[in-house]
Design a protein around this ligand. Structure first.
Ligand SMILES: NC(=O)c1ccc[n+]([C@@H]2O[C@H](COP(=O)([O-])OP(=O)(O)OC[C@H]3O[C@@H](n4cnc5c(N)ncnc54)[C@H](OP(=O)(O)O)[C@@H]3O)[C@@H](O)[C@H]2O)c1
Length: 337
């Protein structure tokens, strides 16, 4: 029986250079957990913020060496006593138990609660699957689940930060729901966001966002999804129609004065929702997303893969903030069963 595994870990908070490839104990399975042999681990902006220590207040159960990584795809190798719905050899994509003090996905094996797992459809690669969980579910919940309001056909949606992980999914989800979609990105990503379905691509480096949105939606837009952070849109509430909603994805390092902004929104007759991923919904939302992808209605964003021992390079890239689509780390790669 294997007792240790190779992992990319940090021994203290700090820069990307803190990563070392070391042997760590295999994580233990709780009753509702499954153990997954990791093909690919997703790389998210949260990973570098965790590594740098910005989220240390939330990580009270964490011990060093710390194996980060919130998303994985791989093969089920063991199930807890109350996770019999999953079977050995099954191909799955999942979140991890990282926020419960367990190692994350930058390792040969991960443990995850069964409610944060779903099967990979037949023709989807592990690499594509590993890119979905955090970005896809956060985008899904931002577009559809905020205050349980579904998006209506013909509504106008503005997605700030459309070429990254969340944006790449959010644009497609909103278009699939029948919305008209405006987006921001830099010049290098304009044709990319058009390929995702953007009706109004705005180059945030060259164009005035308010002028462009005002021409496109003179009454204001119904929904804004901001994946960039407070201050990136100036007077953001002026872009909404009366009763409109701003879903601000919690960046945890650029959120401004959230309570003040929520109160200001209310005074202006709009709503600001400060949104974080709802962990309880991950398995269910993942299932819906992969079905949409399997049917071809939503396509995978471009996914760039780094080897596990290139983790420092991957972290420098995600921290720079200009990834198009998603990054993943290859652990066992495309395993064949
Ligand atoms: N709280 C939660 O539960 C949760 C969950 C997921 C993500 N998040 C947070 O949400 C944020 C977005 O995540 P992500 O995965 O989408 O990030 P990402 O993939 O790293 O986003 C990168 C993209 O952002 C674009 N960008 C950078 N600056 C921009 C600007 N000023 N205006 C418009 N676009 C800009 C870049 O486009 P260009 O190269 O063209 O500039 C790039 O394509 C992060 O802060 C992340 O931590 C929070």
């Amino acid at each position: 029986m294997i007792k240790t595994m190779k992992a990319a870990a940090i021994k203290q908070w700090g820069s990307a250079n803190e990563f070392e490839i070391i042997d760590v104990p295999l994580p233990e399975l709780a009753d509702e957990d499954i153990l997954v042999k990791v093909a690919y681990a997703g790389v998210n902006p949260a990973d570098w913020k965790i590594r740098a220590g910005f989220l240390s207040d939330f990580l009270v159960n964490m011990t060093f060496p710390c194996v980060v990584g919130l998303d994985g795809a791989g093969i089920v190798v063991a199930t807890g006593s109350n996770a019999g719905e999953f079977t050995q050899g099954q191909r799955v994509l999942c979140a991890t138990n990282f926020f419960h003090g367990k190692p994350g996905a930058y390792a040969e094996y991960l443990v995850v609660n069964k409610r944060k797992v779903t099967s990979i459809p037949e023709h989807m690669s592990f690499k594509t699957a590993a890119a979905i969980p955090t970005a896809g579910v956060t985008a899904w919940q931002a577009v559809f689940a905020a205050e349980k309001d579904a998006l209506q056909t013909g509504q106008k949606v503005f997605i700030n930060g459309a070429s990254g992980g969340i944006g790449s999914f959010a644009v497609q989800f909103a278009k699939w729901a029948g919305a008209d979609v405006a987006t921001t990105c830099s010049d290098t990503n304009l044709s990319y966001v058009i390929s995702l379905g953007s009706d109004l691509p705005i180059n945030y480096k060259m164009q005035n966002i308010h002028t462009e949105i005002n021409k496109w939606a003179p009454q204001g837009v119904d929904l804004i999804i901001d994946a960039i952070g407070a201050g990136s849109l100036g007077d953001v509430f002026a872009l909404l129609k009366p009763g409109g909603r701003l879903v601000s994805i919690a960046t945890l390092n650029a959120d401004g004065d959230v309570q003040r902004d929520i109160a200001e929104a209310e005074k202006r007759g709009v709503t600001k929702i400060y949104a974080s991923i709802n962990g309880e919904q991950i398995g269910k939302d993942l299932e819906t997303i992969v079905k949409l992808m399997a049917s071809g209605k939503v396509v995978s964003p471009p996914v760039e893969s780094f080897e596990l021992d290139q983790v420092i390079q991957a972290h420098k890239k995600i921290e720079d903030g200009h990834v198009r689509g998603k990054l993943v780390l290859s652990i066992f790669g495309e395993m064949h069963i």
